[in-house]
Write a protein that binds this ligand. Structure first.
Ligand code: SF4
Ligand code: SF4
Length: 197
C-alpha cells in the first residue's frame, strides 16, 4: 500500500476546509430551497481537471482507506474513463463520462471529494484582488430556481481558494515552483497513484 505524503495535521486542515466549503454551500442551498433530490441529471459526469497536489494527496488518503476490491473497481473504472476521455478529446469533444468514483449515482469517496465537487450546484463568485468578480451561476436546476431574482445568495470562493493555496504551499514547502503544475482528472489521479514529492 502506498504511503501518504500528508502529515495528519495537514490532512486535518484540509478536512476542516472542505467542511467549511460544504457549510458555505449548504447555507446558500438552504436560502434557495435547493437540493439535488429528484434531479434527472448527475453532474458527476462533468469534465473537470484539478490543480493541487494537496487535494490529490487527500483523495488518495481516502482511496487507501477503502477495501481493496472497492478500490480496484474504482481503478478499473478510472482506466476505462481515461481511455474514453482521450478518444473524446481527440475528436475535439469535451468528455462527458461518469466519474470513476461514482457508485450507483452517489459519490463513493464523499468525504474526500474535491473542491470543484463541493462548489458545483449553487451560485458562487470569485473576487480577485483587483476587485473584479467572476460569477458562476450554478447548475441548470439551480439557475431555474434563481430565475430573474435580483439578490441571489452566493458562495464567495476567494477566501476558500486562498486557504487551499496556503495548504498547497505547506505541502510543497521548498519544492514550491519546482514541481510540474497539476492539471489532472480524478481518473488520472487514481491511475498515477498518490503524488510523489
Ligand atoms: S448539482 Fe444540480 S445538476 Fe448536479 S445533481 Fe445537483 S441538482 Fe442535479
Ligand atoms: S469525486 Fe465524487 S462528487 Fe466528485 S465527480 Fe467524482 S463521484 Fe462526483
Amino acid at each position: 500500500m502506498e504511503a501518504s505524503i500528508l502529515q495528519p495535521e495537514l490532512a486535518a486542515k484540509i478536512a476542516d476546509l472542505y467542511d467549511r466549503m460544504e457549510k458555505a454551500y449548504d447555507l446558500v442551498a438552504q436560502q434557495l430551497d435547493f437540493t439535488c433530490n429528484g434531479c434527472p441529471d448527475n453532474c458527476c459526469d462533468s469534465y473537470f481537471q484539478h490543480h493541487t497536489y494537496v487535494e490529490w494527496a487527500y483523495l488518495w488518503l481516502g482511496l487507501m482507506e477503502l477495501a481493496p476490491e472497492r478500490r480496484a473497481a474504482m481503478e478499473s473504472r478510472a482506466a476505462a474513463y481515461a481511455a474514453a476521455c482521450d478518444k473524446a478529446l481527440a475528436r475535439g469533444e469535451r468528455p462527458q463520462l461518469m466519474c470513476p468514483l461514482n457508485e450507483k449515482g452517489r459519490c463513493g469517496l464523499y468525504l474526500h471529494r474535491l473542491m470543484i465537487c463541493r462548489m458545483h450546484g449553487v451560485p458562487s463568485s470569485l473576487t480577485f484582488p483587483n476587485g473584479k468578480m467572476q460569477k458562476f451561476p450554478g447548475c441548470f436546476r439551480c439557475q431555474e430556481i434563481v430565475g430573474d431574482r435580483q439578490a441571489v445568495p452566493t458562495v464567495e470562493r476567494a477566501s476558500l481558494f486562498r486557504e487551499l493555496a496556503a495548504l498547497e504551499q505547506t505541502l510543497l514547502g521548498e519544492q514550491q515552483g519546482q514541481q510540474p503544475k497539476v492539471k489532472k482528472t480524478i481518473a488520472e489521479m487514481i491511475l498515477i497513484g498518490p503524488p510523489r514529492l
